[in-house]
Write a protein that binds this ligand. Structure first.
Ligand code: ZN
Ligand code: ZN
Ligand code: FE
Length: 759
């Protein structure tokens, strides 16, 4: 080859390219193509310089794009010509820390098959080692303090690699080349048991299994925090856990040893099997089988259970085939998940009998993700471990923006350009502990991605802790976005749709522009803004929170709004004392101590109570969840099915009102005449889906828009979501639904960014 044929190019690779074995792949490819130069990490991603024949450099780019390492995700490769330097070899250079474009950080991922095989091989030096990992697997997000992703900037900094580990780390041909959490039994993290003091044992795994078998509750340190674990077939252990956590009914997630074990207790379809085994290893909400021998206390009043498979080497060592353990986040009711050893000793010994600790630090907490399958596709309920902080791509480019979300199921979103980094699940922003965790997570992510927010977006609700936090910290820079607008903005953003749309925003509660409580909104507009083109007919929320916690009060309120009798044969009416009814009637008639609401969540509460399903709740959405569960598997709307109720659409002050009165009266009549609650549930779900379709048709007639967008927490209800989507599609609508972020308030921050970004 003559001198003239040699060129040199600088390549910038953006995407998830750090901590995923990218540099060794580059090294091997470059040397095999006789290219010289170097590769390294910086805060913008991976930088490469290549010198050699032009055709070889072209082939390099083609091959790295066609066959990147398994966990890598290449967004772009930029190439610039630079003068040749006469390099003769290819090297991997030190990481550089300098400010530049945003780097992407890999989420935490399940242990890979190669590592598992080594862990189960008695001849391997990592036989039964709970912290085995490689460049293709293991913790990332939760151990990374700062970028670039390099060992000294992770919680592995304190562990000095032994000779064999260092050799792997330094060998470009090794699966552990620059694997930052690389470790072995000689040099890496360890596990031990504590119960006040360290419990002497030569096998902490076997002892943990024995304790669980005896009915104990064990706090187990994981990737993003502690779990509380017990045997899911031991009724005493499960009820002790409920008592200690003060958690009366909210379902507990379980971990099953493997897929075969899962199929003993749950009915899975193919989509659910794939999702359970995906590298994110989320909790998947699935149908429990009739034959399941798990105790009822795991998910009272619910035919669905949340199941996940083992995702750390430690889980694989702990659970043996046939085992199903409760694995619930270790925290008190609404506080964040516990993640540190000191904190665990202080807080968890009241909840757990024994602690299984390790000494690899968790820099930020990250709860398990939760998903369902709806209409054959993934529907996130909580987007956290395995997904955060991988970005959602926006359909518009935004300046550096921080959106702080809502109140319940809080997440925030940090965005710059087209990247929207949704945070891990933070929790319900109702107390100082959660607010502290929120602040820590914001600090972590702004540092990780070097995004200094120029604009901050908060909910319109003046009393949300997140709104107040934003105003306290950013003052004038805060822009407010209405809650239901943000929900529709969220589903539009993840579908890369800028509008116009007919937005159907159904949830429990959100502060309306008219200062009433919204929650059944038909919005028309695009990412520049919406107007309220229609809404559910209002009822009174009597006594504020009391009406939310006691669905029978909503039943009385909706009966009143529907001008229907408070017939004592109705369980909801019988549930209230005569005195209570007298006071509620007075408040309804005078409007005293009550506020109007168009909330679909509250309508679900009213119907659930009228049907005798649930009169008081102990967690958000409980009545609606149990009403859906009761009707699941029914045949509403299909020939020979249960039929449907009918909402009435009426025009009032230029807005379309979806009047629930005929539905409420029909439900009451059905219950009085002895129609089973399951049939009532199915008729109600079908009626609501029909109302969505009828409203959308009316909006299409008025505004000539044929895309419908469904969002808000009510659309976690798969029965409703599937029926509404099917009905809309049959009527010729394009339908946007959630696949990447939750329809509930956990997805709100994405919509806040999308809507406030271009202002
Ligand atoms: Zn691995
Ligand atoms: Zn070692
Ligand atoms: Fe909401």
């Amino acid at each position: 080859m003559s001198e003239q044929d040699v060129i040199r190019q600088r390549l910038r690779v953006a995407g998830v390219v750090q901590g995923v074995g990218f540099r060794p792949t580059v090294y091997q490819l470059a040397t095999s193509l006789d290219l010289s130069g170097f590769v390294g990490n910086d805060s913008a991603g991976v930088f490469i310089e290549l010198e050699g024949e032009a055709a070889a450099i072209d082939e390099f780019v083609l091959r790295v794009q066609a066959d990147p390492p398994p966990l890598a995700h290449i967004d772009s490769i930029d190439r610039t010509d630079i003068p040749a330097t006469g390099d003769s070899e290819f090297v991997i250079v030190e990481s550089q820390r300098h400010c530049a474009a945003t780097t992407l950080v890999s989420p935490d991922l399940e242990v890979c098959d190669d590592c598992l095989a080594e862990m189960n091989d008695p001849a391997d030096r990592r036989f039964r080692y709970p912290f085995i990992n490689c460049t293709n697997c293991g913790p990332r997000f939760t151990i990374t303090r700062e970028t670039p992703y390099d060992r000294p900037l992770t919680t592995m900094a304190s562990f000095v690699m032994c000779g064999p580990c260092q050799a792997e780390y330094d060998d470009p041909a090794d699966r552990r080349f620059h694997a930052q959490p690389n470790a072995c039994p000689d040099c890496g993290p360890r596990i031990w048991l504590e119960q006040g003091d360290v419990i002497p044992t030569h096998d902490a795994i076997a002892d943990t299994r024995r304790r669980i078998g005896e009915g104990a509750i064990v706090a187990i340190k994981g990737i993003g925090g502690f779990h509380l674990a017990c045997d899911a077939r031991n009724a005493d252990a499960v009820s002790a856990l409920r008592e200690r956590k003060h958690r009366t009914a909210k379902p507990f997630a379980v971990m099953a040893a493997d897929l075969a074990t899962t199929e003993q207790v749950a009915d899975l379809d193919d989509a659910e099997r794939v999702l359970l085994q995906s590298p994110q290893r989320p909790i998947v909400l699935v149908d429990e089988t009739e034959a399941s021998d798990l105790v009822d206390g795991i998910a009272p009043g619910n035919n669905r259970i949340g199941v996940m498979l083992p995702y750390t080497p430690l889980h694989h060592l702990l659970l043996e085939p046939g085992d199903v353990w409760v694995m619930t986040s270790a925290n008190y009711a609404s506080e964040p998940i516990v993640k540190g050893n000191t904190e665990a000793r202080e807080k968890l010994l009241e909840l757990a009998d024994v602690l299984l600790l390790h000494d690899r630090g968790i820099h930020v907490h990250c709860d398990d993700s939760v998903l369902r399958i709806a209409a054959g596709a993934e529907l996130p309920v909580r987007r956290s471990r395995g997904f955060a902080p991988f970005p959602v791509r926006l359909p518009v480019s935004v300046p550096p923006t921080l959106a702080v979300g809502g109140e319940l199921k809080a997440t925030f979103c940090l965005a710059d350009g087209e990247n929207a980094f949704m945070s891990q699940h933070i929790g319900d922003m109702e107390n100082l502990e959660t607010l502290d965790a929120f602040t820590a997570a914001v600090d972590h992510m702004t540092g990780l991605f070097r995004i200094e927010p120029e604009r901050v977006v908060a909910d319109l609700h003046p009393r949300y802790l997140s709104t107040r936090w934003a105003e306290d910290n950013f003052g004038d820079r805060v822009v407010h976005v209405q809650h239901h607008h943000a929900h529709i903005g969220s589903v539009m953003a993840e579908n890369k749709h800028t509008g116009p749309v007919i937005g159907v925003s159904f949830d429990g509660t959100g502060y309306g522009i008219d200062e009433t409580i919204w929650g059944g909104e038909i919005l028309v507009g695009n990412l520049d803004g919406f107007f309220r083109a229609g809404h559910l007919g209002v009822a009174q929320l009597v006594g504020g929170d009391a009406a939310v916690k006691r669905p029978y009060r909503m039943a009385l309120s909706h009966l009143h709004a529907a001008r229907a009798e408070w017939d004592e044969r109705l369980p909801a009416v019988a549930r209230a004392t005569a005195e209570e009814r007298r006071i509620i009637r007075q408040q309804l008639e005078t409007g005293l101590n009550s506020v109007e609401t168009s909330s679909i969540g509250r309508l679900f509460d009213a119907v659930a109570s009228l049907a005798g399903v649930r009169h008081e709740i102990s967690y958000e959405g409980q009545a609606a969840i149990e009403l859906e569960a009761l009707g699941a598997g029914g045949t509403a709307g299909s020939p020979g099915g249960d039929g449907s109720y009918r909402f009435e659409l009426v025009d009032r002050d230029e807005a379309l009102v979806v009047d629930p009165s005929p539905v409420v009266r029909a439900v009451a009549a059905d219950i009085v005449t002895g129609v089973p609650a399951a049939a009532v549930s199915r008729r109600f779900h079908q009626a609501l889906a029909d109302a969505v379709v009828a409203s959308a048709q009316e909006m299409r007639r008025r505004y000539h828009i044929d895309t419908a967008a469904l969002s808000g927490g009510v659309f976690q209800n798969v029965t409703l979501l599937e029926a509404a989507k099917r009905g809309l599609e049959e009527s010729g609508f394009a339908v946007l639904t959630h696949r990447l972020v939750p329809p509930n308030d956990g997805g709100l921050a994405l919509g806040q960014v999308a809507l406030a970004g271009r202002r």
